[in-house]
Design a protein around this ligand. Structure first.
Ligand SMILES: NC(=O)c1ccc[n+]([C@@H]2O[C@H](COP(=O)([O-])OP(=O)(O)OC[C@H]3O[C@@H](n4cnc5c(N)ncnc54)[C@H](OP(=O)(O)O)[C@@H]3O)[C@@H](O)[C@H]2O)c1
Length: 105
């Protein structure tokens, strides 16, 4: 058993609050996003480790879990946080946008 928590889709909102909370609870937190530069302040603040990954790409997700396991052990907690959505009348939505919603969210 490890004390590792992985947050996929890390940024400055809900995910950052959860990362701080998990750190207070004794977890070592792994943060994953497509652009990890923006996570540097948070990683320093809470002693987290960041990983670049696109959650909509299966190869990225497999690599992410391998890297987290190698560096921090198998995560006990995984939070899936990214989302992307379109709003509008069903008959007017672009099918590509709907597919993206399903892939990411
Ligand atoms: N129920 C509610 O009332 C409510 C209200 C607000 C938010 N939410 C939900 O809470 C979650 C967090 O929202 P938030 O605005 O606070 O976001 P956040 O925690 O600030 O960050 C979300 C992060 O997800 C990352 N992301 C987006 N697409 C990704 C992908 N394909 N692969 C990997 N990472 C990806 C983005 O970074 P990159 O662009 O660098 O990848 C972004 O920084 C969302 O799921 C949102 O729908 C719910």
């Amino acid at each position: 058993m490890t004390n590792t928590a992985l947050i996929v889709g890390a940024g400055s909102g809900l995910s950052a609050s959860l990362a701080r909370l998990l750190t207070k609870e004794g977890f070592t937190v792994a943060l994953a996003a497509r652009q990890i530069d923006k996570l540097s302040a948070l990683t320093q603040e809470i002693g987290a480790v960041s990983f670049a990954a696109d959650a909509s790409k299966p190869d990225d997700v497999n690599r992410l879990f391998q890297q987290v396991e190698e560096k921090l052990g198998v995560p006990e907690v995984v939070i899936y946080n990214p989302s992307w959505r379109v709003r509008g009348s069903l008959i007017e939505l672009d099918p590509a946008d709907v597919a993206k919603t399903l892939e990411i969210t």
